[in-house]
Design a protein around this ligand. Structure first.
Ligand SMILES: Cc1cc2nc3c(=O)[nH]c(=O)nc-3n(C[C@H](O)[C@H](O)[C@H](O)COP(=O)(O)OP(=O)(O)OC[C@H]3O[C@@H](n4cnc5c(N)ncnc54)[C@H](O)[C@@H]3O)c2cc1C
Length: 497
């Protein structure tokens, strides 16, 4: 049986000749369209550029990369590398195009963005079962569809989505706090306690007056990520100001805000600390902990430097960095089914960044799954999701099980997947095992569910085949631990000497 998808049987067997709609010709939309087309569906892909632009896209090409040209690591012991293995098994057009457009970038998979977008466009436009239409979609389609309009979904469609969700559930920007790995915390400093003796659901990092002063000085002088996009000039809500903005308002602002120590007692001293940084659990297994109220636009290097000054976090491993930027995304756990559709429309599936996954490859991978599942639903089959020991399965588990009150977009990271049954202390070895298990379990899941991979085309080179012209998969590079350029990216994986 599929991983916790629930009984969301779709309409009776769809007729392959009836076109299905894919809205958005970005990374997720291209993947979804090709999955559907390769599986025999007629597809109408609707992309609004160049008729209407977005604040970030600059061309009319499909699959345009709006920022960095890197898809990060191909090392399978890296969470991003593991996701690529899974995407490859399902026949990703992003990976095939990336290999055509590859530029040297050490161990990372980086591309010439113009060649990449051309390859994506060609793969879609030359497919005989895909019709590309250039117009803005202003309301949710009535028929079967994948909605992959991304973080910069047009206003009219955003309004239609909000209406379908009962007027809520669509956020317009991220205010993201960093997440650290539990195993990397100094347990002799950090203590579990709730305020005023409430349930000990939080971990607390206590600070003396001297430590607080040093921390505020470091924060006040740290470098902030500079952006050239207009959408970054968002008016902040008072409730989620970036910490650097709070510090600029006064040295004590944080101590009366997210770092307030009231109701807490440090078990080592029996006293109330001068200030406290609280960590809130992100996942059921307790592997991922969020720095409460620490949404920030500090540069990634600065986040590492300054946040490791927090007592108990000196060796913190960051699973996600803080960031704030324009980003439309749905409150997946509150409003969508496990496979990402509206609750009363199993054949209207959201994909890409709009669902609350974060990042190029994550968006593309969710497009693959959306295309695959829409095809299954139209065939009268249940949708399927990979198990949570795989990266894609773990991402979907996060989205359906996250706390709807605090739901924030998520990138691939090892904190999302089930822990290994046997604890391994060596980090490099642990991640290698996690990577091996993810690949193995993904293959087993495909076989169990009868999910075919490079679908529809029997020979490489068929027009529109995901790998056409790609020359096959490149061997994974040994390491891909470069400084991430996107603020939501996970930290590089340290390797053993
Ligand atoms: C400015 C910016 C920079 C980013 N930088 C990075 C980065 O460096 N690294 C990273 O991993 N992730 C980055 N992301 C996050 C994310 O990975 C990318 O946005 C990614 O492109 C998302 O893929 P997608 O397919 O969901 O959306 P997109 O790739 O944005 O595709 C959506 C498509 O839908 C179209 N569209 C929108 N509304 C409509 C409509 N109503 N009708 C028809 N078409 C419509 C758009 O024109 C677009 O082509 C960034 C996001 C933004 C906004």
């Amino acid at each position: 049986m599929a991983e916790a998808v629930g009984a969301s049987r779709g309409p009776a067997a769809g007729r392959p000749s009836e076109p299905v709609t894919v809205v958005g010709g970005g990374l997720a939309g291209c993947e979804a369209a090709l999955q559907l087309a390769h599986r025999g569906r007629e597809v109408r892909l609707v992309e609004m550029r160049p008729v209407q632009g977005t604040p970030a896209h600059q061309t009319e090409g499909l699959g345009e990369l709006v920022c960095t040209n890197s898809f990060k690591s191909e090392d399978t012991s890296n969470a991003h590398g593991a996701l690529k293995v899974e995407m490859e098994l399902l026949g990703s057009v992003l990976l095939a195009s990336a290999r055509v457009a590859r530029v040297p970038a050490g161990a990372a998979l980086a591309v010439d963005r113009a060649i990449f977008s051309r390859a994506m466009t060609e793969a879609v436009e030359t497919h005989p079962r895909i019709q590309v239409v250039r117009e803005e979609v202003t309301r949710l389609p009535d028929g079967p569809a994948v909605i992959a309009t991304g973080p910069l979904t047009s206003d009219a469609l955003s309004t239609s989505i909000r209406e379908a969700l009962g007027g809520e559930g669509l956020a317009f920007f991220d205010a993201i706090a960093p997440i650290v790995e539990r195993e990397s915390l100094d347990e002799s400093v950090v203590f579990a306690q709730g305020r005023w003796g409430q349930d000990a659901d939080y971990l607390n990092c206590p600070m003396s007056e001297e430590e607080y002063d040093g921390f505020i000085d470091a924060l006040a002088s740290a470098d902030v990520h500079q952006s050239h996009y207009d959408w970054d000039a968002v008016p902040y809500f008072e409730g989620c100001l970036p910490i650097e903005v709070m510090v600029a308002r006064g040295r004590e602002t944080l101590r009366f805000g997210p770092m307030k120590p009231i109701g807490l007692q440090d078990p080592r001293t029996g006293e109330r600390p001068h200030a406290v940084v609280q960590l809130r659990r992100e996942d059921r297994a307790g592997q991922m902990w969020n720095l409460v109220g620490f949404q920030t636009r500090l540069r990634i290097g600065e986040q590492k430097r300054v946040f490791r000054m927090i007592p108990g976090l000196a060796d913190a491993e960051f699973l996600r960095f803080g960031s704030i930027h324009r980003n439309s995304y749905l409150n997946f756990p509150a409003h969508l089914t496990a496979h990402g559709s509206l609750r009363d429309r199993p054949d209207l599936i959201f994909a890409g960044q709009l669902t609350g996954v974060e990042g190029y490859t994550e968006s593309a991978a969710s497009g693959i799954l959306a295309g695959l599942n829409l095809h299954r639903i139209l065939d009268g089959l249940d949708p399927v999701l990979p198990p949570p020991t795989t990266m894609l399965g773990a991402l979907y588990r996060y989205m359906r099980e996250a706390d709807p009150e605090h739901f924030q977009p998520m990138n691939s990271n090892w904190g999302l997947v089930d822990p290994l049954q046997k604890r391994i202390r060596n980090k490099r070895e642990k991640r290698e095992r996690l990577g091996e298990r993810a690949g193995r379990d993904f293959r087993a899941w495909m076989e169990r569910e009868g999910v075919t991979g490079r679908v529809g085309a029997s020979e490489p080179g068929e027009p529109g085949a995901p790998w056409s012209g790609a020359g096959g998969a490149a061997a994974p590079s040994p390491r891909g631990d470069q400084e991430p350029e996107h603020p939501h990216a996970p930290a590089p994986v340290p390797t053993a000497p």
